[in-house]
Ligand binder design. Structure first.
Ligand SMILES: C[S@@+](CC[C@H](N)C(=O)[O-])C[C@H]1O[C@@H](n2cnc3c(N)ncnc32)[C@H](O)[C@@H]1O
Length: 211
């Protein structure tokens, strides 16, 4: 199948991206809705979770992406594979992640990945960055006990900005890691490694503070 052509970036404040998604219904989405859920935010063409879904059939995988044609294409490819444990949603995560995840059964979200999000380098575009305080709060709240959040990027200032936001959440503890803890690399991770660039990574684990 030829790769669908899309704009490299979209303005998340444009009216089209302000549309609210319907909350995801895991029972209607996955063949085995009781499995733990791995959420990949900003999944682009979604190949990372497609490969993960094949490698780890005891998990469900949900990819969230703002560029709608990529979501349509990724769902078509996933349907051809008949895996039953991978699905993609069109969603502007910066604004609507909370609504998308509103009906998730408690504790089911066990892994979240945020990999190489767009840095929006210019100061005047900083508000367009996907990882903001609201997104971090939602992820930290929805994540089940013991669940993991893996964040990586090759842009040092963006890594620090994101890590600081996750460090402010009192239910998360940080683990220093050198390598991607998953058995699959994203397209961007492979490209960055091929160019010999540094990658900044952090892993956060959810644990409720003692009562
Ligand atoms: C640089 S790409 C990295 C893609 C993939 N995670 C990887 O590592 O190969 C960043 C992706 O995040 C998506 N994105 C940016 N802002 C977003 C938002 N507000 N909500 C959802 N996806 C977003 C972009 O469209 C793009 O596909």
């Amino acid at each position: 199948m030829p790769r669908v052509r899309v704009h490299q970036h979209v303005n998340p404040f444009a009216p089209h991206y302000r549309q609210a998604p319907e909350p995801i219904d895991v029972n209607a989405t996955f063949a085995r809705p009781e499995l733990p859920l791995h959420l990949d935010i900003g999944c682009a063409r979604g190949r990372f979770i497609l490969k993960m879904a094949d490698a780890e059939p005891q998990w469900n995988f949900l990819g969230v992406e703002i560029r709608e044609p990529l979501v349509t294409e990724a769902n078509e490819i996933a349907a051809e594979r008949v895996l039953g444990n991978v699905h993609y949603e069109f969603c502007n995560a910066m604004i609507w992640l909370g609504r998308l995840l509103a009906d998730l059964p408690e504790g089911i979200l066990q892994a979240v990945t945020i990999q190489f999000p767009d840095p929006w380098f210019k100061k005047k575009h900083a508000k367009r960055r996907m990882v903001n305080a609201e997104l971090v709060e939602i992820v930290a709240e929805k994540l089940g006990e013991g669940g993991r959040i893996f964040v990586q990027t090759d842009i040092e200032f963006l890594a620090e900005e994101m890590f600081v936001l996750f460090r402010t959440s009192e239910n998360l503890s940080e683990i220093t890691i050198e390598e991607n803890p998953f058995p699959v690399k994203t397209e961007r991770e492979i490209a960055v490694e091929n160019r010999g660039l540094s990658v900044y990574r952090a892993l956060f684990i959810k644990s409720e503070p003692p009562a």
